[in-house]
Design a protein around this ligand. Structure first.
Ligand code: PEP
Length: 231
């Protein structure tokens, strides 16, 4: 029997602590929510009574020290979070994070017993040049170098994030098959992300190798997010 899909909402830079708590109190189904740092603790307290997992959207590659403005894995755990997004497309493309930096962040998360969700995906020009598999392979091999411990993967084609243009279910499944082949491990959950909404979620989640979804814009509204989770 198939496991229940893992649905992670990524709120990006939206919602104050009070707004996060109000959302969680009105959400009536299981989910994962990646919330902004200031909302972590309040969200984790509100979620603990409801089977909702709370995570961060980023972390520092160091465990402590003179790194002004950064947040460590231990601090995230102390707020009650259980997972963290690593290498989200906006971190790679807006803030210039490299695969090597992302790998160091993954190791910090695992050491602190936070489950990292490694985000990977090709740009539109890489897809047009038929380089999708090559890019995914590079991001996986560099990102996961020396990493041991439980983690999840989110396949998020850059051209599909926040654009309203999701990959088709077939396109996403093809990428997930390539990722699974590369990982050689059936136990790693592989989530799809990129303009998931209530109309396309079920078709995507029906695919054999799609174990869940990472949902950005459509996770900000309780009703929309619930209809993705309930199907
Ligand atoms: C994301 O933030 O990871 C994402 C996939 O965003 P959206 O669903 O808005 O495309």
């Amino acid at each position: 029997m198939r496991k229940e899909p893992i649905i992670i909402g990524n709120w990006k830079m939206h919602k104050t602590p009070a707004e996060a708590v109000a959302f969680i109190e009105s959400l009536e189904c299981k989910a994962h929510l990646a919330v902004p740092f200031p909302a972590l603790q309040a969200a984790a307290q509100a979620a603990s009574r409801k089977g909702i997992e709370i995570g961060a959207q980023n972390l520092c590659e160091h465990s402590a020290g003179a790194f002004t403005g950064e947040v460590s894995a231990d601090m995230i755990v102390a707020c009650g979070a259980s997972f963290v997004l690593v290498g989200h497309s906006e971190r790679r493309h807006v803030y210039g994070e490299s695969d090597e930096l992302i790998s160091a962040k993954l190791k910090q998360a695992i050491q602190a017993k936070l489950t990292p969700v490694l985000c990977i995906g090709e740009t539109l020009s890489e897809r047009e040049l038929d380089k999708t598999e090559e890019v995914l392979k590079r991001q996986l091999s560099l990102g996961l170098e020396g990493v041991s411990g439980p983690f999840m993967i989110a396949y998020e084609p850059v051209w599909a994030i926040g654009t309203g243009k999701s990959a088709s279910a077939q396109m996403a499944e093809q990428a997930h098959v390539a990722i699974r082949r590369f990982l050689g491990n059936k136990d790693v959950p592989i989530l799809y992300g990129g303009s998931v909404n209530p109309s396309n979620a079920q078709e995507l989640l029906k695919q054999d190798n799609i174990d869940g979804a990472l949902v950005g814009g459509a996770s900000l509204d309780v009703k929309t997010f619930t209809s993705i989770i309930r199907g």
